[in-house]
Design a protein around this ligand. Sequence first.
Ligand SMILES: [Fe+2]
Length: 366
Amino acid sequence: MKIELSNNKVFFEDNGSKKEIHPFWLRERVNGESYVDRGTKQRLFDPTELNGNIKIKNVNLSDKFLEVIFSDGTETKLTIQSILNEFSNFNYVKFIEKTKWDSSLSNLNNFEFTNDIFEEKVMYEALVNFYKFGFIIFKNVPTEDNFIVKFANSIGSIRRTNFGEFFDVKSKPNPNDLAYTSLPLAPHTDNPYRNPVPCIQLLHCIENKVSGGYSTLVDGYTVTEKLKKDYPDYFKILTEIKVRYQFIDKEVVLEDWSEMIKLDENQNFKQVRFSPRLDFVPLMDKEKLDLYYAARNKIAELYNSDKYRLEFKLASGDLLMMDNYRLLHGRTSYNTNEGNRFLQGCYIDYDSTEGKLKHLKRKFNI
Ligand SMILES: [Fe+2]
């Protein structure tokens, strides 16, 4: 990629393809201190109020800079690198490649908590691992009540739901969700009925004195790739049919329609939703429903199989951060007579982790 000049025009050349850069695109990027606020990096002018017919009056290109004088009298000096960065459309977070894993994964992405961790390089490393594996575990996080809220807000902003700003996961009478019992929970994603679905769940173990109550995780990405390769018909129908996910209690009715496997605009993995206690498949032809139910059974079998399900015990002070669009989570049953099992949970969205990751990358010049 490089920048070239010809007859007071600026061109962008990439792999033999050469395109003119619109003069107004450059005019919008005029960056002197009377045009851009130094602190916020926001424009001090509104480009929609400018005459769109602005031309380049004079231009000079050196190794590092492009200097332009425009027909409206403004001048600017842009770094070549900043222009190339915009053309590469570089999104660092999307660039972090996912690592597929199954139950043989032995490294549980443990990171030791310290009070200053949110501004340290180790947090950058932890977040990179989060995007690679879909989960990380912070060890020895203070077990104060509500600490989860402070933790979440130190990465970004907490995402409140109708379960509150945070929720207590322990067995309680008359629960509005099976999470608040001692029953086993098969691998599932949280809140598939919400629009948008909360992106990331944080789960902080305050106390775990029971012999059961193991946490389980499954990589939905690995299972999706397996389904795509070995059962293409099942993969196809689960990426096409929108299912109604529903949650009802005394105060609210929440519904959202979505595919069980959602792909992005390039047909790549984007999100899985799986919660067979609250999904409602639409009425379709019998043959199509036969195929749909077979596909759903197969993906449930894979999600629940020992090959893909990671099982481990959260200890007091452990804080698990997991991608609710990629991973499924669950737990084994436990006996409440053995002692307390008490976790606190909350949600944050991807803008929190992406914002923190990019900030730390900038801070440590990585
Ligand atoms: Fe859950």
